[in-house]
Design a protein around this ligand. Structure first.
Ligand SMILES: Nc1ncnc2c1ncn2[C@@H]1O[C@H](COP(=O)(O)OP(=O)(O)O)[C@@H](O)[C@H]1O
Ligand SMILES: [Mg+2]
Length: 371
């Protein structure tokens, strides 16, 4: 992030609809030319947060600043003109052609027809739609992906310094979404504008955001760069939300006798090294915690002799590049991700190996990270 003032700032922002509190003290800052991805389950307040930035809504409390200025002091229409806003449905005018849709925005700012025409062509090309072919069409004569491209092009017309994307790709089918995601990333690198990118898709969040903000129920759960969110989730919610398939989370207890180990019930558990035990310093002997480990950080060994780590293979899902497994350990189901050459059959017993350096420990009550 640059040293200059943040381009977008939310400070302890609160918003309720009637009795329902939708944003409960959200703070967030986006640096100049930075893309922050805002991710969280449906209904957690993402759209509401964006609408506070372009003043489609006003906060009940707290401050929202865009390019250093409190948005409450700005004329909402003028403010919106300075921001590029792209929504899920695209928001194109159905009776106008693609060209008219793009040009209209420029018309609003009073550009002359020649300049509007040139800019519309430039933009359609930028979003990979040949102006001669697509310019005369109406939105319904386009595929979903093409419509979203027009919407993105339209948002760029006036060189906004700030983009607000609200799940722009979620109406598209999987293949197109991947393609558009790559295009958006390239476009962003080229334009170097500031953006908030709202999504419920973790791959989009991780790949497009230089930082990721994870929200839940109107709260920011964690802010970090994508790898930090993945390697050091601050609580159980983030741990279970980011990662696919999700992190395994097992309530357990610590034992020290005869050797340091974690236990998940009678005859189910594994030894840990003293170093790992020391990392969990705050958990007392017999103390309870929730252990987390990702499916990709476990392996299955044939011919293992450790009964406490014995698992039964329950389900095999070949994914092509890898294989996802479900195994039963004691009375719990776990996910394990293994290389594509995995050789095993349902019902077979294996010894579970978990990479000790990749263990996560969470508080069983509040869910916060312990180690
Ligand atoms: N205008 C509104 N009136 C009442 N409730 C609303 C309004 N807008 C959103 N909500 C509610 O606020 C919560 C958060 O909505 P939203 O910000 O759209 O979530 P998200 O974009 O994360 O899915 C939801 O429970 C939604 O039903
Ligand atoms: Mg939304």
């Amino acid at each position: 992030m640059s040293d200059s003032a943040p381009a977008i700032e939310l400070e302890d922002v609160r918003k309720s609809f009637g009795q329902r509190r939708v944003l409960d003290g959200v703070s967030l800052s986006v640096g100049a030319a930075e893309t922050v991805a805002l991710i969280g389950p449906s209904g957690c307040g993402k759209t509401t947060a964006l609408k506070l930035v372009n003043r489609l809504l006003d906060a009940d409390a707290g401050t929202v600043r865009v390019l250093g200025r409190d948005v409450r002091g700005e004329d909402p229409v003028a403010l919106r003109r300075r921001l590029g806003y792209v929504i899920q449905e695209g928001g194109l005018f159905p009776h106008w052609t693609v060209r008219q849709n793009v040009e209209t925005v420029a018309k609003l700012v009073g550009w002359d027809p020649e300049r509007r025409r040139r800019r519309a062509e430039e933009l359609l090309e930028m979003v990979n739609l040949a102006p001669a072919e697509f310019g005369p069409r109406r939105p319904r004569q386009l595929s979903g992906g093409q419509r979203q491209r027009v919407a993105v092009g339209r948002a760029i017309v006036r060189h906004p310094q700030v983009f607000l994307f609200d799940e722009p790709l979620s109406n598209l089918d999987a293949k197109l979404r991947v393609q558009m995601r790559v295009e958006l990333k390239r476009l962003h690198e080229r334009l170097e504008t500031t953006a908030i990118y709202v999504t419920h898709d973790q791959v989009e969040a991780m790949t497009l955001g230089s930082r990721v903000v994870v929200m839940r129920d109107g709260w920011v759960q964690q802010v970090g760069d994508p790898m930090e969110i993945y390697t050091r989730p601050q609580n159980r919610f983030v741990a279970g939300f980011i990662g696919h398939p999700p992190m395994n989370l097992l309530p357990g207890a610590i034992r020290s006798d005869p050797a340091p180990s974690v236990s998940f019930g009678e005859g189910v558990g594994f030894r840990i090294t003293k170093a790992a035990r020391d990392r969990m310093g705050d958990i007392r002997e017999g103390g309870r915690f929730v252990l987390g480990f990702r499916p990709e950080h476990a392996r299955l060994r044939k011919d293992g002799a450790d009964r406490e780590r014995s698992v039964r293979l329950d389900l095999i899902e070949p994914m092509g590049s890898e294989v996802w497994l479900e195994v039963v350990w004691g009375d719990r189901g776990l996910r394990v991700k293994v290389p594509a050459d995995f050789d095993g059959t349902v019902g077979q017993e294996f010894e579970l190996e978990i990479d000790e350096s990749r263990l996560h420990f969470f508080d069983p009550g509040g869910g916060g990270r312990i180690a």
